[in-house]
Design a protein around this ligand. Structure first.
Ligand code: HEC
Length: 165
């Protein structure tokens, strides 16, 4: 092998991993951004069991696995979905549609809807990168229906009309 071939070989050996790294690096940056958005937008507060109670000290492996603790109010009783399972059931396009559809309280649906496509895709990629985990959460219970799980009661109390009585 002559010198120029050796140099060409060395360059190629160096360049190919570099190209692979650039490709993977782009995805990794997007996943990192998705992780940042999840952490700063409060998704874990509701979608990760115990996250609020433990001041965020929940291993990342458990994040976004959904919570069977209900949120009860005039809208009925809702359960923060298992997002780790949800993202497995849909591609990125379906995710963009789903996250912009109506959702019941206390899901901050208007905030999610206001996110850019790029941010929503980053969240999708991050959640998918965590892999599937956990079970489906209990089904939504309409107002007045029987609630079989523990729940937090967000029923408005002591409203002005009640005070006047
Ligand atoms: C205050 C609690 C709360 C926070 C914070 C929250 N969610 Fe939710 N989320 C819920 C509840 C409750 C539901 C179920 C709503 C329903 O039954 O309509 C839900 C539903 C969803 C759904 C629809 C699930 C499905 O089955 O179609 C998605 C997607 C979702 N949340 C994503 C997020 C993301 C991403 C964040 C952070 C940006 C977030 N949520 C923050 C409580 C919350």
């Amino acid at each position: 092998m002559n010198t120029s071939m050796k140099i060409a070989g060395a360059l190629l050996a160096g360049l190919i991993p570099l190209a692979a790294w650039a490709q993977g690096g782009g995805d990794a940056a997007e996943i990192r951004h998705g992780r940042y958005l999840v952490r700063t937008s409060g998704c874990n507060d509701c979608h990760t069991p115990g996250y609020m109670q433990k001041d965020g000290q929940v291993p990342e492996a458990e994040w976004l696995t959904g919570d069977s603790m209900g949120w009860h109010g005039p809208w009925g009783t809702t359960y923060p979905a298992n997002l780790r399972q949800l993202v497995q059931q849909m591609d990125e396009k379906a995710w963009l549609v789903r996250v912009r559809q109506p959702m019941r309280p206390p899901m901050p649906a208007p905030s999610l809807r206001a996110m850019s496509d790029a941010d929503l895709k980053a969240i999708y990629r991050y959640v998918r990168s965590l892999g599937p985990k956990g079970q489906a959460v209990p089904a939504y219970v309409p107002p007045g229906g029987p609630v079989a799980t523990p729940y937090l009661d967000l029923t408005p109390k002591n409203l002005p009309t009640q005070v006047a009585q």
